[in-house]
Design a protein. Structure first.
Length: 402
């Protein structure tokens, strides 16, 4: 990452800049402009600390890998990254968003992970009509429903999309009574809501919705309550550091072999190795699985491992696909970042035929239409078990776009 203006340019960058300026004064204008086109400014508002820190890092790494593959240029212009730690904190989101949008005048705003942060960010950029915001994770349903906006796009999922297919998986596995448990905020409520909707439509019953304040990890009293309720299965959403703790505590409480645990894939994604044997056998639905047998996925995973020395996960894929959207849009406007309406039109028509997750396209409400897979975990790795929902689109209720 180049030094962020937040921290000021390094001495080397100042010297390099001074050198370029000196050369520029010696050259006719058109050559000077051709020699050093202005960088495209990409603002990142992602969690680099706290329970979601590993998600923010994977998204950043995936995005940078994609732009490295594009030669670190967008339609001939170099790229500047300006990163701000969102701390997954909704109260800080307005100030952090203004920092990037008003002070740093970013051309693309990429972020966030947390649904509450996303709702605050999107309302600011939608009201201003710019810049283009691409959400590389946060699933808050409203972003591509009633709050949908011309300049706000999602490269990830709606929360409803990730929970809904799992409701059928639990019903098909023969369960009739479940308990849900999650953090109390938009993502938890909406993912559990999607799963419960499908499960109940197939004749199942939700005995109780347990809600834990974000980002608490004091799960013991809730695990005792689950043991007492003795449902057929538990449907849970936690992610990042909190998911490691929950899955381990669930097994340590002796529940793992008595009451099967299900979830959106986030429950084990990126953390299955850290969860160890406690994660073995957990079935989940997600728009990605490590061992998807596609050339684009194999290529991506090899390149990511080589670049970062870690295995890729869904968050890295979402960052990578965010990069592809930016590459495609900048090619469509020949690098003209001022052409916000044309960039938005290009993103509206985006088709990612070569995504590591499989082909997907942007819906009229600016959310991916994509396939959801059934997976489980065996010895720290995710296994593809089948297709849970083909080309699933969010219902986009209340969005007037398109
Ligand atoms: C969200 O807040 O929208 C969110 C966070 C982490 C996930 C998924 C969704 O893994």
């Amino acid at each position: 990452m180049r030094a962020s203006p937040l921290f000021g340019p390094s001495r080397r960058q100042v010297l390099r800049g001074a050198g370029a300026a000196a050369v520029a004064t010696l050259l006719p204008r058109r050559f000077a402009a051709a020699a050093r086109p202005a960088p495209v400014r990409i603002g990142l508002l992602l969690p680099y600390s706290g329970t979601y820190a590993m998600l923010g890092t994977a998204i950043t790494d995936g995005l940078k890998l994609r732009l490295a593959e594009a030669g670190e240029t967008l339609a001939g212009r170099p790229v500047d990254y300006i990163a701000v730690d969102s701390e997954a904190s909704p109260p800080q989101a307005p100030q952090n968003t203004r920092k990037l949008v008003v002070r740093d005048r970013v051309d693309f705003l990429v972020g966030p992970v947390h649904s509450g942060v996303a709702l605050a960010m999107a309302q600011i950029v939608a009201a201003r009509g710019g810049p283009i915001m691409i959400i590389p994770n946060a699933g808050a349903n409203a972003l591509t429903r009633e709050l949908c906006a011309r300049n706000v796009f999602r490269a990830s999922f709606s929360n409803w999309q990730t929970g809904y297919p799992c409701g059928k998986v639990m019903a098909d596995d023969g369960h009739r009574r479940i308990v849900t448990i999650t953090w109390r905020y938009a993502a938890g409520d909406e993912i559990m809501g999607g799963g419960a909707e499908h499960f109940e439509a197939l004749g199942g019953r939700v005995d109780k919705h347990i809600r834990v304040p974000f980002p608490d990890v004091s799960f013991q009293p809730h695990l005792s309550e689950i043991a007492a309720l003795a449902p057929d299965a538990v449907f849970a959403f936690f992610s990042g550091g909190g998911a490691v703790q929950f899955v381990r505590d669930y097994a340590a409480a002796g529940l793992k072999d008595r009451i099967p645990l299900y979830g959106p894939g986030f429950l084990t994604e990126g953390v299955a190795a850290a969860q160890g044997a406690a994660a073995d056998g957990i079935r989940s639905t997600l728009h990605y699985v490590d061992d998807l047998d596609l050339p684009a996925n194999r290529r991506f995973r090899d390149a990511y491992r080589l670049a970062y020395g870690r295995e890729a996960d869904v968050f890295a894929v979402q960052g990578y696909d965010t990069g592809t959207l930016i590459v495609q849009a900048m090619a469509a406007v020949d690098g003209d970042t001022a052409a916000v309406a044309d960039i938005a039109r290009a993103l509206e028509g985006a088709r990612l035929d070569d995504s590591p997750r499989g082909p997907w396209r942007m819906s009229p409400a600016h959310n991916p239409v994509q396939t959801f897979y059934l997976r489980d975990v065996q010895e720290g790795r995710h296994r593809f078990l089948g297709i849970a929902a083909e080309a699933l689109a969010d219902p986009a209720i209340g969005c007037a776009l398109g």
